[in-house]
Design a protein around this ligand. Structure first.
Ligand SMILES: [Ca+2]
Ligand SMILES: [Ca+2]
Length: 365
């Protein structure tokens, strides 16, 4: 079963003058060979924004057929023992001449990617962007014939569409599978968990310890969350975007939004959650005041009926007046390893049409 694989933060590095099998030459912002424009750097690649792009000059300055070739990036995947089986590139909206047409994909388990010289070639072919002039955000998902786990991957552009000054693309998505329960981990200092973005689901009608129901996006109605206000807004590093959920009552009441929440899988080996915290939303009345957090090792979170309650207490927001501000860190009394987690709101500050909050952070090892 293929899922979208997530990027380990701070591991993406742009490269130039680099070919499959060789050492990576690192790129940097600037206006020379080996540079990318400062506003079109590698941070544009995994920001879920099709309007931000990564552009490379490579070894040529000028409008020609070679500028931007033999450039790309390497990246480490957050999941445990990830196996890459597919990818797709994102189009730029304005520069079809910059589109990569063919790419190489390599995998490695080197600890130091900068000095790594053991890259295994997994793919050499189309970028998936063959068709020009489409309104699509992403190109075709290309299949990588691979069954071996590599923690890190390198993507290099070997040809482009036309005469241009750069090779540019807006995003790259990774598909594959992972095994999150296999590692044998010992306790260490908690760090911020990477969530598996594709596993995140809005929920309502949550039965603690049992089943829940998927909530849908809508402007009104029971079992819905407010338009553009889904749980992805909890993990976007923006304190002015909110998860705003109605639950089983669409209207102003003391119960609107209760027993709503989300479930999510953590993208790393054998995660053990130790502490977590929430941040307030736009309006005090909608703040969660008491919450439950459950964990499971079920593969399918929606059908799962074996949820263990890890925390059932205050949200940490009781005394927080500022909007978009984090509350207190909340400690799990008896931490243990679970791959999946579910957060449910049990009570809110006062009467309102929904429950709303701006962020959740999970820390563990
Ligand atoms: Ca982007
Ligand atoms: Ca947010």
């Amino acid at each position: 079963l293929s899922i979208e694989l997530d990027v380990q933060p701070n591991t993406v590095q742009g490269v130039w003058n680099t070919s499959a099998g060789g050492i990576s030459t690192l790129s940097s912002p600037g206006t020379n060979v080996g540079n990318y424009p400062a506003t079109q750097g590698i941070s544009s690649l995994f920001d879920d924004n099709a309007n931000t792009i990564y552009s490379s000059r490579g070894s040529s300055i000028g409008n020609n057929l070679i500028a931007g070739l033999n450039t790309g990036f390497y990246v480490t995947i957050a999941q445990c023992q990830p196996v890459l089986t597919g990818f797709s590139y994102g189009y730029t909206t304005s520069s079809p001449q910059n589109d990569p047409l063919t790419v190489t994909v390599e995998g490695t388990n080197c600890a130091n990617l900068q000095t790594c010289n053991t890259w295994t070639l997994l793919y050499n072919g189309s970028s998936g962007l063959d068709i020009s002039g489409t309104n699509a955000t992403y190109g075709v998902v290309e299949t990588v014939s691979n069954t071996v786990s590599y923690q890190s991957y390198r993507f290099l552009v070997t040809s482009k569409r036309s005469t241009s000054s750069f090779v540019s693309y807006s995003d790259v998505e990774f598909f594959g599978y992972s095994t999150q329960t296999t590692a044998n981990k010992t306790a260490s200092s908690p760090t911020l968990f990477v969530i598996q973005a594709a596993s995140l689901e809005a929920l309502w009608n949550i039965n603690i310890g049992g089943l829940s129901t998927i909530a849908t996006e809508n402007s009104a109605g029971a079992g819905t969350y407010f338009t553009n206000s889904g749980p992805d807004n909890l993990f976007d590093n923006a304190n002015n975007t909110y998860y705003t959920s109605r639950g089983n009552f669409s209207g102003v009441s003391a119960v609107s939004g209760l027993y709503t929440g989300f479930h999510v899988t953590i993208a790393q080996c054998q995660p053990t959650l130790v502490t977590f915290r929430l941040a307030t939303g736009s309006t005090s009345a909608y703040d969660p005041l008491t919450i439950a957090l459950e964990g499971t090792n079920c593969n399918d979170l929606l059908s799962c009926t074996s949820w263990a309650t890890l925390y059932n207490d205050t949200s940490g927001l009781t005394s927080i007046a500022d909007r978009g501000a984090f509350g207190n860190y909340l400690s799990i009394p008896s931490p243990q390893s679970f791959t999946g987690y579910r957060l449910s709101v049990l009570s809110k500050r006062s009467s309102g049409a929904w429950v709303s909050y701006s962020a959740v952070e999970f820390y563990g090892y």
